[in-house]
Ligand binder design. Structure first.
Ligand code: XMP
Ligand code: MG
Length: 179
């Protein structure tokens, strides 16, 4: 285990199993495929890669990059679009894939932004959900794990761009992000 990690919250095996279940749920809802999966950079990259390979339906991927002003462990509520979609989503079935819903600010903004482009359907799939931290009214349609209020890293999630490559999700030691 990395020395910055206090404890493993979700093992590689648990994540793998749950991602396959999410992919199956989505496939059941969209058996004909033709989905557009929109990953939010960079935290969702590993999740999107695993999710789409487990889906077994036609799916295209696109990415958006957003930045919320603030420090790396707290979001400020102001969202700025750094990279927009490459494709037109009008009339399409679209799923936003996020690493984590925390206060919900980022996803709420993205949801409204994409909804305005008139997709046929728009769903939210998030690997992690911290319901205790929610500040705005938004929920995932497909949720991997509900987790307690702790700062987590790994499987795409970072602290100051580190730890994204950990195969598990772990709670970061407090002294790593408080110093
Ligand atoms: P909001 O508050 O807008 O935040 O729902 C979502 C974004 O905040 C980041 N975030 C985290 N990143 N470990 C991380 O590595 C965490 O525990 C965590 N909580 C929030 C993340 O970028 C997410 O997209
Ligand atoms: Mg993120």
């Amino acid at each position: 285990m990395d020395s910055a990690i206090e404890r493993v919250l979700l093992s590689e095996e648990e994540i793998g199993k749950r991602v396959k279940e999410l992919a199956e749920e989505i496939r059941n809802d969209f058996p004909n495929g033709d989905l557009i999966l929109i990953g939010v950079l960079k935290g969702s990259v590993i999740f999107v890669a695993d999710l789409m390979r487990a889906m077994n339906i036609n799916v295209t991927m696109d990415f958006m990059a957003v930045s919320s002003y603030g420090t790396s462990s707290e979001t400020s509520g102001v969202v700025r679009i750094l990279k927009d979609l490459d494709f037109d989503i009008e009339g399409k079935d679209v799923i936003i894939a996020e690493d984590i819903i925390d206060t919900g600010t980022t996803l709420k903004y993205l949801y409204e932004y994409l909804k305005a482009r008139n997709p046929r359907s728009l769903k939210i799939c998030c690997l992690l959900d911290k319901p205790a931290r929610r500040k705005v009214d938004i929920e995932g349609d497909y949720v991997g794990f509900r987790i307690p209020d702790a700062f987590v890293v790994g499987y795409g999630l970072d602290f100051a761009e580190k730890y994204r490559n950990l195969p598990y999700i772990g709670v970061l030691k407090e002294d790593v992000y408080k110093k």
